[in-house]
Every structure is written in C-alpha cells, then in structure tokens.
Ligand binder design. Structure first.
Ligand code: GUN
Length: 283
C-alpha cells in the first residue's frame, strides 16, 4: 500500500510554525511586509495572488497589493520595483508571473533587490543556491524538499530524477536534491530513452506541464513520486503531470493533485518572507 503525501496538512503545519515565529518576532518589534504586484487580470494569477495575500494575513505578515493594468509599460513596472527596493518598510517583493508580452520578465526579475527577492528568481539567489551559500530559494522546489523530509523520505544517496528543466522548478529542484546528497539526473524534452532513466529513480519529481504524461510504465516499483503539474481536464477535474490512478499502486509514496505540491509553494513563500528577518524560521 502506498502513502499519499498530504501537502495540505504539511503546509498547514509549516504555516502554524511560522505564525508562532511571527508572533515572537512582533514582540521583538520586527514586522514583515510583502509587496505583491500583479499586472493585468489573468484569472489564474488572480487566484494565486489572492491565496498569497490570504496566507500573509493568516500568519501575521502585512501585504501591500499593487494591481496594475494590462497595458502597463516595462518602464512603469521597473519604477515601481525600484521604489519598493528603496522602501525600508518592504521586506519582500513578488511580481506575479507571467507578465504581459510588452514586458521583459527577466529584466523585471533582475531589477528586484536580491535581498527582497522572496521568489528566489534573481540570478544572485540562483547563483547562491548553485554554490551552496545563503540566499532565497524558489518556493516550489523548496516545498518539495519539505514534503520529502516531513514524510520521512531519505534523500541522501538516492537516485533522484527530475523531469523538466525550468528556472522556477526543474533546475533549482536538481540543485536542492544535490545539496541533500541525492544522485541527480535531469530529463527534458530532448532526453532519449526517458523511461530507462526514470525507471532507475528512487525519487521522481515530475514538472513537465503535460497532463497525465507519466504513468506506471515510467516508474520503478516502490519509488516516491512528486507531481508538480496542475491542469484542468476535459471532465473539469484537476489533474497533474502524473496519471495518479495508474502510477500510485506502483509507488511507495505519491503526491496527489490537488493537495500535494500546490499548497507547499505558498507555505514556502511565507517561509522566505519570515527568513527575511529571522534565520531558519522552521526546522
Ligand atoms: N507564477 C507561477 N508560479 C509563480 C511563482 O512561484 N512566483 C511568481 N512570482 N509567479 C508565478
């Protein structure tokens, strides 16, 4: 029988720990403020931004909300980011992605002060992760490490395979698993004989962005499978990149969609915000 890794429960535990920590920090006169910027009104982004603000309110972090129109120019957005960089009250700056096509996302990310880049997307923070020094780490992969640790999954010495090489998930995921002493392989769209590789994985992290692509034929018996994808199927139900029904019976543990990785991303954003004023806020 396989274990279902409950991201909702684990993310709630982390939020409770952070809430306690924030209360203690407040007594010491340390408050935390996150500025959240959304450009345009993409419905999915509005849901994510709303959930981020709700999480802030829950754990006791102040959030400032900047809702800019779709036709905002790059210059206008950069000026707002620079103003927030210079504002001592603001500890963290989050620009919700994707941005409208007239704006260069890379340029915006690199303009955020690295010490306020709670998404962990700035080159300085990515570089810090790469060489093992302090810095913010991208929230989704950071949350996956917490899911594994808090579910009792040993990473050191294990064969870890990551499918996907995005800057937000795949690449930082590979670096974090390596930091935990896993033996790491990254697969992507040009990988040949992918099944041969994934069938060696003790821990398989799937972030391909294709609904139900990964079924039992990709999985070693007893592997731990982490599904980063989220899609709405033709039946209007949410599903992941993994075909849960087919894959789950062959795993020892697997994340569901929804309720697996998703809630962890926001919990770790809160973790990054708290760590802007306090080291190692949760175990
Ligand atoms: N869009 C999708 N995921 C993310 C994320 O983690 N951070 C930001 N800023 N935008 C996103």
């Amino acid at each position: 029988m396989y274990q279902i890794i409950d991201g909702k429960k684990i993310s709630q535990e982390i939020k409770e720990e952070l809430k306690e920590k924030v209360a203690v920090l407040k007594e010491q006169g340390k408050t935390i403020c996150l500025a959240v910027i959304q450009v345009g009104n993409d419905p999915a982004s509005s849901v994510y931004v709303g959930n981020k603000k709700k999480a802030c309110a829950y754990i006791g972090i102040e959030s400032q909300s900047y809702e800019l129109p779709e036709e905002t120019t790059q210059q206008e957005l950069l000026e707002l980011v620079q103003r927030l960089n210079a504002d001592d009250k603001v500890n963290g700056i989050l620009v919700q992605l994707p941005l409208p096509k007239q704006i260069d996302e890379g340029k915006v990310i690199q303009t955020i002060a690295p010490e306020k880049d709670v998404d962990g997307f700035h080159e300085k923070n990515v570089g810090a992760l790469c060489v093992g020094s302090k810095g913010y780490v991208s929230c989704t992969p950071l949350g996956i490490i917490q899911l594994l640790k808090r579910s009792g999954v040993e990473i050191a010495g294990k064969n870890c395979v990551v499918i996907g090489r995005s800057n937000i998930v795949g690449k930082p995921m590979a670096l974090l698993l390596l930091r935990e002493n896993g033996t790491v392989t990254v697969c992507h769209s040009r990988t040949q004989n992918m099944k041969e590789i994934t069938k060696q994985a003790d821990i398989l992290v799937v972030a391909v962005g294709k609904p139900k692509l990964i079924d039992d034929t990709y999985i070693k018996e007893g592997a731990v499978v982490i599904d980063v994808g989220i899609h709405r199927g033709a039946d209007n139900k949410l599903c992941g990149d993994v075909d849960f029904e087919k894959a789950a019976p062959h795993t020892s543990a697997i994340t569901p969609v929804p309720g697996g990785v998703g809630p962890m991303t926001i919990a770790m954003l809160m973790y990054n915000c708290v760590s802007s004023v306090s080291e190692n806020p949760v175990p």
